[in-house]
Design a protein around this ligand. Structure first.
Ligand SMILES: [Zn+2]
Length: 481
């Protein structure tokens, strides 16, 4: 009898020390800003039938079914704050359900499976540090207001990265992010483990590099995700065998969240079955980045390639100029230059006007998220940053200057540069936000700051329709009267 008692735990012990195979699916859920800044509503969009706009259509094909199947407790995910804001207005019960699923994970494991995201989807290496700081702070505050606790991870738009961005993340207590494997400096790095990246500010951040093969098969090869069991046997297991290491191994597949049900029908069901049943059948462990860090505290060091991303194979050129992904998009460079110069000019006007009343205008901009989230009225917030009692008209003007900053941050959303032709919804929306900011500043100061910059914008035009940036800008501004 004694022998038997000794034997039983031994078998178990051996099992415990078997290297564990873990798998993470990360879904990046995001929609470009589609709201018309004048009305606060999304205009009717072509192609979205039977729904009036794309976000609504994607909601029915993806966000809702994934929430109904409780997939937000199975995968690692992030929701762009502009998308959660839309959900809150249009489908609050579904947003509550998504949060409820994350909260269940948090309760069970003491970590979250949801990552934060900078508030607007800007290419972080292309914006100045102060702008990075505001977007990261806003993203974190938005996350806390939704989930009820601070985030440990932050997803970077297009996974575009430089060390300054990682510094800002680390200074905001973000512990990890996810990057593409080619963003690691060493191309032969074993990416079945995350790595610590040391930063110039003497802090560090943990980076998970996703598995490129699995991520692109899931994203682009429809046949790989027809059946979850087959995905495990034909795609996942061979990837593990190829690694073949005598330690716990992690494979992470990262993709756009809209893939599951919108880009590919019924992949919400695939996800449900994969993460629950198919992985379990072959003794695979489904986990989350924060949970992996918690259970595997010894993390080695690695370095990253700056100014790289997951969706441009030329670094971050896609959002700057022509590159192999959009070789005829000569409109991108002048649009970028125009919006960057306009951003500088808007910042100057904001600082000049507010500094007389506000102790630190940039701290006020950071704190503006509290008003956007409805935690405080804009008026009270402004008073909090001032030692002076302000007249009503001054208060109104500062509010307008803050609204102009909101549009100025929103106009840098990366979507404007992602596609091929200038005459598309996204670049034109970018210009709408720019026009709105210019109009707000004009209402306060009487000055149209776009005039000296429009020559640059005139260089941006559509190869397909001839539509010109300068003309669109003037026409849109004229509507304001
Ligand atoms: Zn490219």
């Amino acid at each position: 009898m004694a022998g038997l008692i000794i034997h039983k735990p031994k078998t178990k012990e051996i099992h415990l020390f078997m290297p564990q195979k873990s798998f993470i699916v990360h879904g990046h859920f995001y929609q470009p800003p589609r709201v018309d800044p004048r009305t606060g509503e999304i205009p009717q969009e072509a192609g979205a039938q039977p729904y009036t706009n794309w976000t609504e259509r994607i909601y029915h094909e993806c966000y809702l079914p994934n929430a109904e199947k409780e997939n937000f407790k199975r995968i690692s995910f992030n929701f762009g704050p502009t998308l959660t804001a839309w959900l809150e207005t249009n489908h609050p019960e579904t947003l509550a359900e998504i949060i409820h699923q994350e909260n269940a994970v948090f309760l069970e494991h003491g970590i979250s499976n949801a990552m934060a995201q900078p508030y607007f989807h800007a290419i972080m290496p292309l914006i100045p540090r102060r702008e990075k700081e505001t977007l990261v702070h806003w993203g974190i505050e938005e996350y806390i207001s939704r989930f009820g606790h601070p985030p440990l991870g932050m997803w970077l738009p297009e996974t575009a990265v430089d060390l300054e961005t990682l510094e800002v993340l680390s200074e905001n207590n973000i512990q990890f992010t996810i990057l593409a494997p080619w963003q690691a400096k060493d191309p032969s790095l074993d990416i079945t483990q995350p790595y610590r990246v040391l930063l110039p500010n003497n802090k560090e951040i943990i980076v998970f590099f996703y598995n490129s093969f699995l991520s692109s098969e899931i994203s682009f090869n429809t046949s790989s995700t027809m059946e979850a069991d087959k995905f495990v046997s034909d795609w996942l297991i061979p990837e593990y065998k190829a690694m073949n290491r005598d330690q716990d191994q992690l494979l992470l597949a990262a993709s756009d969240g809209e893939l599951y049900g919108h880009h590919m029908a019924e992949r919400d069901e695939f996800l449900e079955y994969l993460m629950d049943k198919a992985l379990e059948d072959v003794d695979f462990n489904s986990t989350f980045p924060a949970l992996w860090i918690k259970t595997h505290p010894n993390i080695e060091q690695a370095e990253i390639n700056e100014n790289t991303s997951w969706s441009c194979h030329h670094g971050i050129e896609r959002w700057l100029d022509v590159c192999g992904d959009a070789p005829n998009a000569t409109w991108k460079a002048p649009l970028r230059k125009f919006l960057d110069q306009l951003a500088e000019s808007l910042d100057e006007k904001y600082f000049q006007y507010t500094q007389e009343y506000i102790m630190d205008p940039w701290k006020l901009r950071d704190a503006f998220i509290d008003a956007l989230l409805g935690k405080v009225s804009v008026g009270k917030l402004i008073q909090r940053f001032s030692s002076k009692q302000m007249e009503e008209d001054v208060l109104e003007n500062i509010k307008m200057m803050l609204d102009a900053q909101f549009e100025r941050l929103r106009m840098h959303s990366s979507d404007a540069w992602f596609f091929f032709d200038f005459d598309s919804i996204e670049p034109l929306n970018g210009l709408k936000y720019a026009v709105h900011a210019v109009w707000l500043v004009r209402s306060v100061t009487g000055e149209d700051i776009s005039i000296p910059l429009l020559n640059e914008l005139a260089k941006a035009s559509s190869n397909e329709t001839g539509l010109n940036g300068d003309a669109v800008f003037r026409r849109t501004l004229a509507v304001y009267g």
